[in-house]
Design a protein around this ligand. Structure first.
Ligand SMILES: [Zn+2]
Length: 171
């Protein structure tokens, strides 16, 4: 199979995907881009793409004439995305997803992955339900949420007292 000149070197693809933990770098997506095949234990289902931040070839999305061919092919110019987001960022010649934004996605995503090393991603979200009542004098807070949370329907919060009374405090 001949190598497409627009493709990154396989080593770059490998490092980029592992640095992203095989998770799409779009903060609104974060889709897992790899899964085991149920039918063939020797295979994985891979939908990841090492996408160019600025195009590899002239006329492509976000093409930057100031970069050298080596810079265009370097890992610095790549971002790991799912196949759907990799198509999305190149629509309309890439005008909706400028270079700066993609560099920001990449930086923030790698930092997010780094922060979750050896931690459960799910544990970062609190599930809130049931009844939360507070009564007293001074600082009275019915419910305080300090990190990302899913608040289930039917959750009840009440706070009463004298002083600084807060129903739900978020952040
Ligand atoms: Zn995605």
């Amino acid at each position: 199979m001949s190598k497409n000149r627009d493709d990154f070197d396989p080593k770059v693809v490998d490092t980029l995907s592992r640095r992203a933990s095989f998770i799409c770098s779009n903060p609104d997506c974060r889709a897992l881009a790899i899964a085991p095949s149920n039918e063939d234990t020797s295979k994985a289902i891979y939908i990841g793409v090492a996408a160019h931040i600025t195009a590899a070839a002239e006329g492509g999305p976000r093409y930057d004439p100031n970069l050298t061919p080596d810079q265009r092919a370097s890992i610095e110019n790549g971002i790991f995305l799912c196949s759907s987001c990799s198509v999305m960022i190149d629509k309309n010649g890439g005008i909706d997803f400028p270079t700066n934004l993609l560099h920001q996605w990449k930086r923030n995503h790698e930092q997010w992955v780094r922060e979750h090393l050896n931690k459960s991603v799910e544990s970062q979200i609190t599930i809130v339900d049931g009844e939360h009542k507070a009564k007293g004098i001074g600082n009275v807070t019915g419910l305080e949420i300090k990190k990302s949370a899913i608040i289930k329907p039917g959750t009840k919060v009440s706070a009463e007292g004298i002083g600084n009374v807060t129903g739900t405090k978020i952040g």
